[in-house]
Design a protein around this ligand. Structure first.
Ligand code: NDP
Ligand code: 8X3
Length: 253
């Protein structure tokens, strides 16, 4: 029987690449995000690439508690057998000094990166507990390892993802649920376009002068972590491209 994965933020970047990787490996996929057209297009592409799997597109906003619990609680019995939950949906909004940053940006990041991850985990853990197995993979960041200038609340949300991952790992031990936190450095996705609110020049500059990670690199790592033997769990993993050492140091040519 196919395994099932639920991926948040599958309409773009890391989430889309993770969906493609697991679909190719025969997983049934619940793909989620707010942009319905993108979800439908991805669902069609994944289904046609592998006719032995099922794809369920679910459009909701992870930061809206009611939408999350409605979507998850309305899953049919068959779709509740979630083996892997990837809490990936997230964003940075702005990159400004603490005293100049917008409250609205802070709230959006906290609501999405922290509360969204909590809501999804809370909604899905009962299904995993009932089956006495499951794997939660949280996407953190190098920004959750070192705070960098003007990163303030984005970094804080990723520090929170790290803390929540540690807490989940401890408290879910009796239920045989694995918890992995994967912390990538710069990955060339729509992340910077979102962060700089459509400013293409600023977004492009982030990835100039070196080869950043690609979304597929993260997808392969998520897949590796998710397919280890049942008794093995990668707890915490930091990955960067060759040109990046940590949040502060990127060697650009
Ligand atoms: P993208 O902007 O390419 O993708 C972000 C995804 O998150 C989209 O699918 C978007 O879907 C979804 N999303 C955002 N807000 C919401 C919301 N409120 N409800 C539901 N879905 C939402 O960025 P990445 O793929 O790069 O980012 C994915 C994760 O990786 C984030 O958590 C990010 O912090 C993290 N990360 C990224 C790095 C990078 O350099 N790119 C490095 C380290 C970590 P939609 O808009 O359709 O809702
Ligand atoms: C995304 C990577 O360096 O922009 O989490 O914070 S960075």
């Amino acid at each position: 029987m196919n395994k099932t994965i639920l991926i948040t933020g599958a309409t773009s970047g890391l989430g889309k690449a993770i969906a493609e990787k697991f679909a190719a490996a025969g997983y049934n996929c619940i793909i989620t995000g707010r942009r319905k057209e993108r979800l439908q297009a991805l669902a069609a592409a994944l289904s046609s690439s592998n006719n032995r799997i099922k794809i369920l597109p679910l459009a909701y906003d992870v930061s809206k508690k009611e939408e999350v619990f409605n979507a998850i609680n309305n899953l049919s019995e068959e779709w509740r057998n979630i083996d892997v939950l990837v809490n990936n949906a997230g964003l940075a909004a702005g990159r400004d000094p603490f005293d100049e940053a917008l409250l609205h940006d802070w709230e959006t990041m906290i609501d999405t990166n922290v509360k969204g991850l909590l809501y999804l985990s809370k909604a899905i853990i009962p299904f995993m507990k009932a089956r006495k197995k499951g794997h939660i993979i949280n996407i953190g960041s190098t920004a959750g390892k070192e705070v960098y200038k003007d990163g303030n609340v984005y970094c804080a949300t990723k520090f929170a993802v790290n803390a929540i991952s540690q807490a989940q790992r401890i408290d879910l031990l009796p239920h045989r649920i694995k918890v992995t936190c994967i912390n990538p450095g710069a990955v060339d996705t729509e992340f910077s376009m979102v962060r700089f609110k459509g400013d293409e020049q600023k977004a492009k500059a982030v990835y100039e002068g070196y080869e950043p990670l690609h979304a597929e690199d993260i997808a392969s790592t998520v897949f590796y972590c998710a397919t280890l033997p049942a008794h093995v769990c990668i707890n915490d993993l930091v990955m960067t491209c060759l040109s990046q050492a940590n949040s502060f140091y990127t060697y650009k040519e």
